[in-house]
Design a protein around this ligand. Structure first.
Ligand SMILES: *Cc1c(COP(=O)(O)O)cnc(C)c1O
Length: 223
């Protein structure tokens, strides 16, 4: 078995069985995705629309494709018909576009709202205050071509795991608040997408139920 297949199996065994695992395959060749597929992987995450669509054409049809990166509204139309989850909705405008395109193809596109909690200023996402203010508008309730199913975040890129833990915990509190206030009667709102190769055990300890792991499965990426 190739490395990616073996690595995926290892990671799948390490991550608790009730927690979702997205194999982040961005920048890696189709051959590596197929190796993971052969080992049993059915959920891949990509961060570029063109790359995702090209790979989708070359993998079996039972793969679920997650879009994990920053998504430009004008590209939503290419993935709306089939994407299983859009992780990083970072503006009201993007959500409105996802809803519009979802309706056009007769589906409710599952998506997560991205919360910015990391210290880096360049990261995308709603601040906790912006998120609460946006939800308070209630405009998203009419946007039913999109299904808001939880929150996503990226922690600061640091070895300081206490900092990472504090950020994840902030998102858990926000999730509970938002769930109680807006989604108490919506069982679809249940996903907490955080944790990557280096911080997923901390994320899972902090209540993540969907981890996005790339390097640990496919090796280093070349940018
Ligand atoms: C690249 C990426 C990942 C995977 O990161 P690794 O450190 O390679 O595991 C997870 N989430 C997002 C949003 C990414 O862009």
């Amino acid at each position: 078995m190739t490395d990616a297949g073996r690595n995926w199996l290892e990671v799948r065994r390490e991550v608790p069985a009730d927690i979702g695992l997205v194999a982040v395959s961005k920048f890696h060749p189709v051959s590596a995705l197929l190796a993971a597929y052969d080992a049993g992987c059915r959920t891949f995450g990509e961060s570029r629309v063109q790359e995702l669509c090209a790979k989708r054409d070359q993998l079996p049809a039972d793969v679920e494709w997650h879009f994990i990166g920053h998504l430009q509204p004008n590209k939503v139309k290419y993935i709306a018909p089939f994407v299983s989850l859009i992780h990083a909705v970072d503006t009201p405008k993007l959500l409105a576009e996802i809803s519009k395109r979802g309706k056009q193809c007769g589906r409710r596109v599952p998506c997560l709202l991205q919360v910015h909690v990391a210290r880096e200023e360049t990261k995308f996402g709603f601040s906790p205050e912006e998120l609460l203010a946006f939800l308070a508008t209630e405009t998203w309730r009419e946007q039913d071509g999109a299904s808001i199913e939880g929150l996503m975040c990226m922690a600061s890129n640091t070895d300081d795991m206490a900092q990472v833990e504090a950020e994840f915990k902030q998102v858990v509190r926000l999730f509970d608040e938002v769930k109680g206030q807006y989604f108490a009667d919506n069982p679809a709102f249940r996903l907490r997408s955080y944790g990557m190769s280096h911080d997923w055990p901390v994320a899972v300890a902090c209540g993540s139920n969907l981890v996005r792991i790339g390097t640990r499965i496919f090796g280093e990426r070349e940018y």
